[in-house]
Structure formats: C-alpha cells, structure tokens
Design a protein around this ligand. Structure first.
Ligand code: HEC
Ligand code: HEC
Ligand code: HEC
Ligand code: HEC
Ligand code: HEC
Length: 195
C-alpha cells in the first residue's frame, strides 16, 4: 500500500496534477473551425483599407449590427477577385448561394447577460481593442473553442482557465465587467446586466 507522505504518493500525485492541468482544458473544450477563413488584416490594412465602421455599423437608433451580412461583402466579392482558396470557397459556398456565413462569435455571452455596444463605444468612449484585443488586425481566424458542458465560448473565461491573464483584455467574465465598472465609478446592480 502507498502511504500518504511517501515519495510514491507525491510523485503519483504530481503526475496526476500535471496530466490534469494539461489535459483537462483539452477535454473540456471542443475546437470548431470557422466556416470561412476571414482576414481582418487584408480588409483593414493597406490592401483594402477599410475602417471598422465600414463593416461593423451602428444604426441611427444606436443598435450595433455586429458581424456584417453578405450584402456588405457582395459589392467586392460578386466574383472571385483574388487567388486564395479562402476567397474562392467564400464566393462559391456563400455569395453565389446567397447563404449567410454562420460565424462562431468568440465573445458571445450567455443569453442571460445583457451587453450593449452603444453604451460602451458611443457613450463610454471605449475602443474595440480594450475588450477584443487585436482581432481587428488579425490575419487569420483561430478555431472557436466551445465548452462541452455549458456550450459557452472559451473566450468568456480567457484562454487560460486558471484565470491568470497574459493580456489586459483576455477573457470577458463577470469579474472583468464589474472591475471596469468600478474603475469608472459605474456601479451596476445584478439586474443591470442580467435579465
Ligand atoms: C470587410 C468587413 C470588416 C471590416 C472592415 C472589419 N471587420 Fe470585424 N468582422 C468582420 C467579419 C466578417 C467578422 C466575423 C469573422 C471574425 O470573427 O473575424 C468580424 C468579426 C469581428 C469581431 C468579433 C470577434 C468575435 O468575438 O467573434 C471583432 C471584435 C471585430 N470584427 C473587430 C473589428 C475591428 C476592431 C475592426 C477595425 C479595425 C474591424 N473588425 C473591421 C468583418 C469586418
Ligand atoms: C471594398 C472591397 C471589399 C469588401 C467590402 C470585402 N472584401 Fe473581402 N477582400 C477584398 C480584397 C481586395 C481581398 C484580397 C483579394 C486577394 O488579393 O486575394 C479580399 C479577400 C477576402 C478573403 C480571402 C482572405 C484570405 O485570407 O485569403 C475573404 C474570405 C474575404 N475577402 C471575405 C470577405 C467578407 C466575408 C466580406 C464581408 C463581410 C468582405 N470580404 C468584404 C475586398 C473586399
Ligand atoms: C466594453 C467591452 C467591449 C467593447 C469596447 C467592444 N466590444 Fe464588441 N463585444 C463585447 C462583448 C461582451 C460581446 C458579446 C456580446 C453578446 O454576446 O451579447 C461583443 C461582441 C462583438 C461582436 C459580435 C456581435 C454578434 O453578436 O454578432 C462584434 C462584431 C464586435 N463585438 C465588434 C466590436 C467592435 C468593432 C468594437 C469597436 C467599435 C467593439 N466590439 C467594442 C465587448 C466589447
Ligand atoms: C473597459 C471598461 C468596461 C468593460 C470591460 C465593461 N463595461 Fe459596461 N460600462 C462601462 C462604462 C464606462 C459604462 C457607462 C457608460 C455610460 O453610460 O456612461 C458601462 C455601462 C454598462 C451598462 C449600462 C447599464 C448600467 O448602468 O450598468 C451595462 C448593462 C454594462 N455596462 C454591461 C457590461 C457587461 C455585461 C460587461 C462585460 C461583458 C461590461 N459592461 C464590460 C465600462 C465597461
Ligand atoms: C457588469 C455586469 C454584471 C453585473 C453587475 C453582474 N453580472 Fe453576473 N454575469 C455577467 C456576465 C457577463 C456573465 C457571463 C460570464 C461569466 O459567467 O462570468 C455573468 C454570469 C453570471 C452567472 C452565471 C450564469 C451562467 O449562465 O453561467 C450568475 C449566476 C450571475 N452572473 C449572477 C450575478 C449576480 C447575483 C449579480 C449581482 C450580485 C451579478 N451577476 C451581477 C455580468 C454581470
């Protein structure tokens, strides 16, 4: 029998801890490829030179449109204009068939949490990067990681489930919302954010 406190126990415990630490996140999250490889860098960089609001619009009543629909792409991509496989796939499978792209939203919050871009961007004056990092200049889309138990995006908790952050913006869990509200002397009640 292995006694607690014996070297056998501790090395076994250590091995189990390391395996759990490395393996658990892999088991917990399922990786899904995005349906189209979209490059923000091509569209917001020198090649196309668009600004964020060229695609991510606010309507007059303040509603944020979120991810653009095909209408906003069709003008330039009615036919294949470049030579990449990603674009050809996009034009053939979506534009030509008039089928909206079912993007996975990394930042998606649970349905019971209420978030308004107008409050934060237009009223609060907070830049996109503060909450989304460098997504707006990224050259490719990483896989979407879905929590197998809750169905939530891994980005809510941040890539590192231990809670240790490597970026100021990484993750958007309840504590992060509340921390910034406190910094801004903006006290919110449960029902301001939850319905
Ligand atoms: C040509 C249109 C276009 C322009 C211009 C554009 N975007 Fe996007 N954006 C998209 C599309 C398509 C998606 C969905 C695919 C994806 O997640 O990248 C998206 C998704 C996003 C997301 C959502 C990520 C998530 O949580 O799933 C963020 C954040 C974003 N864009 C930020 C920006 C910023 C910041 C800029 C300006 C620097 C910008 N975008 C300019 C088309 C555009
Ligand atoms: C103002 C014109 C314009 C608009 C609007 C536009 N694109 Fe593009 N897009 C381009 C150009 C130019 C390229 C680069 C073509 C090349 O040289 O490969 C490109 C490239 C692409 C590619 C290939 C990316 C890669 O990594 O190879 C995809 C996919 C794409 N666009 C999707 C979209 C989607 C989705 C939208 C709408 C949300 C959109 N585009 C809106 C001009 C545009
Ligand atoms: C204060 C933090 C914050 C700021 C600033 C912010 N976002 Fe977001 N964004 C979020 C959150 C949280 C979500 C998820 C909302 C949800 O699921 O209801 C989100 C979702 C999105 C989505 C996906 C929307 C959808 O449901 O399809 C896009 C696109 C996006 N943001 C783009 C932007 C752009 C572009 C800017 C700058 C103009 C910006 N965001 C500024 C926090 C922020
Ligand atoms: C970077 C700072 C920051 C982050 C992160 C942030 N907020 Fe806010 N939020 C603000 C500020 C500032 C305001 C006040 C804007 C105004 O009305 O002047 C605000 C206002 C709000 C409001 C308006 C209602 C109210 O009075 O409380 C809601 C709801 C809200 N935030 C929800 C969220 C949620 C949910 C998240 C996380 C997903 C979040 N916020 C993340 C800064 C932030
Ligand atoms: C500033 C906005 C904000 C405030 C204020 C807030 N929450 Fe949240 N809450 C969120 C967001 C965003 C999430 C989803 C991300 C997460 O799970 O951390 C969440 C998640 C939760 C969840 C888990 C729900 C699920 O589906 O996983 C519970 C329970 C909860 N909040 C309860 C509360 C209670 C009780 C209060 C008041 C003491 C409160 N919240 C105040 C933004 C807020």
């Amino acid at each position: 029998m292995i006694k607690k406190g014996s070297p056998g126990f501790w090395s076994g415990f250590g091995v189990a801890l390391v395996i759990g630490w490395l393996a658990f996140p892999r088991i917990l999250y399922r990786s899904l490829e995005q349906p189209v490889q979209f490059s923000h860098a091509i569209h917001t960089g020198e090649t196309v030179g668009m600004t964020c609001d060229g695609c991510h619009t606010f309507s007059n009543d303040g509603r944020f449109a979120g991810i653009p629909t095909l209408v906003q792409c069709a003008g330039c991509h009615a036919d294949v204009v470049g030579e990449t496989e990603a674009e050809e796939h996009f034009v053939k499978e979506y534009i030509k068939q008039r089928r909206e792209v079912p993007w996975h939203v990394y930042a998606r919050q649970p349905d019971n949490a209420h978030f308004s871009h107008a409050d934060h961007v237009n009223v609060g004056g907070i830049v996109c990067e503060r909450c989304h990092g460098s997504h707006g200049t990224s050259g490719s889309l990483r896989p979407f990681e879905e929590n197998r138990i809750s169905g939530y995006s891994r980005d809510i908790w941040g890539a590192n489930i231990s809670g240790v952050k490597s970026n100021a913006w990484e993750g958007m869990k309840m504590n992060d919302c509340v921390a910034c509200h406190n910094e801004n002397n903006h006290r919110s009640a449960c029902l301001d954010c939850h319905k």
